[in-house]
Write a protein that binds this ligand. Structure first.
Ligand code: NAD
Ligand code: TDX
Length: 335
């Protein structure tokens, strides 16, 4: 089986490729990635610098290139996206281009060649829940995105469904909660605080820090994507989550403890505009496929993630410096 993995040089996509190569002899991945700031060339290389699979440098909006690659494979797993909420608040245009136009380009090519598409989406399309609301998101929850990022992912999901119904595309969609693990860009909450703590800086928490995210280890997400590819029904949506709801201050407290520091030793900074309060996934749709998370202990997963960042300083230092420069500009803008 040959699969095209878009965005395979980013965080989740590269872990997907690595896990696929480690667990599935019969699958040959081909990566299409534009290598934006979010990608790292080492994500798809072994310790000796050899490429792990065929890697094509290109844009998911390049219809001719996408068409040529899709014609060679049996399925497409579409990870490529602009993925950071804070960036989408500063400039929405790359999000509209890659996340919406890019997804339509991939859907068109899959339809033309009769190739199965799995579209990787996010729980953020459902908007947020109140902290005291017992509800969780299900595949029936109405879309209510809050940020330019989540609006662009919601639009992409709608286009995939429209191509399915109107043009006969065979597609599945998964909406997953917040991922953590190795190779996550240091702009995101967990790696940002780990890299700062390695350098002795205090974590920076937005607003009151009571916002809840539903954390899942990236390997558990990718195993669930394979469960959907293997046993999911085209036309259906699968929600992926590991029942790992935790407030930001508690995640940051756990990270501080990993460094032998006091749990309260962080700074509160200006809140993210429109900051979603809580996400929560009911994973029954994916559990029904026989999938279960193998990393249910978030504190243990965080400790392993800290160990990975400690051992890979060359990997994150340049990206962290660039991300911190962007954050300093953000803080000057927000006051
Ligand atoms: P990431 O930002 O780490 O990686 C995105 C990758 O896409 C990068 O390698 C980048 O170079 C590539 N890319 C960006 N624009 C491109 C373009 N125009 N053409 C080709 N490649 C392009 O993101 P991630 O965290 O790995 O997220 C992957 C997918 O999973 C995204 O679709 C995201 O919306 C979704 N998702 C992420 C999370 C999470 O917690 N990170 C949770 C749920 C869903
Ligand atoms: O420095 C920070 N301080 C802070 O308090 C950063 C970077 C974030 N935060 C907060 C904002 C969120 O409540 O931490 C939480 C997590 O923030 P991010 O890591 O930016 O993730 P989030 O905005 O929740 O979105 C993530 O999960 C869903 C991914 O980036 C998306 O791609 C995915 O769709």
């Amino acid at each position: 089986m040959r699969i095209l993995v878009t965005g395979g040089a980013g965080f989740i996509g590269s872990n997907f490729v690595r896990r696929t190569l480690a667990t599935r002899d019969s699958v040959t991945p081909v990566v299409l990635d534009a290598f934006t700031y979010a990608a790292h060339p080492d994500n798809l290389r072994d310790e000796r610098g050899a490429e792990l699979c065929e890697v094509v440098r290109g844009d998911v909006r390049d219809a001719e290139l996408v068409d040529r690659l899709v014609a060679r494979v049996d399925a497409v797993v579409h990870f490529a996206a602009e993925s950071h909420n804070d960036n989408s608040l500063l400039d929405a245009d790359p999000f509209i281009g890659t996340n919406i136009t890019g997804t339509v380009t991939v859907a068109r090519a899959c339809t033309r060649h009769g190739v199965r598409l799995h579209h990787v989406s996010t729980d953020e399309v459902y908007g947020d829940l109140a902290l005291d609301d017992p509800a969780r998101f299900t595949p029936e929850t109405p879309y209510r995105p809050s940020s330019p990022y989540s609006a662009s992912k919601a639009a992409a999901d709608h286009f995939v469904r429209a191509w399915e119904r109107s043009h006969g595309l065979a597609a599945t969609i998964s909406n997953c909660s917040n991922n953590y693990g190795p190779r996550q860009h240091p702009e995101k909450l967990i790696p940002r605080q780990i890299c700062g703590l390695i350098d002795g800086r205090r974590p920076r928490v937005y607003g009151d820090g009571a916002n809840v995210r539903d954390w899942i280890h990236v390997d558990d997400h990718n195993d669930a994507v394979w469960a959907v590819l293997d046993r999911g029904e085209p036309g259906r949506t699968y929600l992926i989550g590991a029942e790992g709801e935790r407030a930001n201050v508690d995640v940051v407290g756990d990270l501080l403890e990993c460094f032998g520091r006091d749990r309260g030793d962080f700074d509160r900074v200006t809140d993210r505009p429109g900051h979603d309060r809580r996400y929560a996934i009911d994973p029954a749709s994916t559990r029904a496929l026989g999938w279960a998370p193998r990393h249910p202990d978030l504190r243990a997963g965080l400790a392993e993630t800290v160990a990975w960042y400690r051992a890979h300083e060359d990997w994150w230092r340049p990206a962290a410096a660039a991300a911190e420069a962007r954050y300093r500009r953000r803080e000057r803008t927000l006051g």
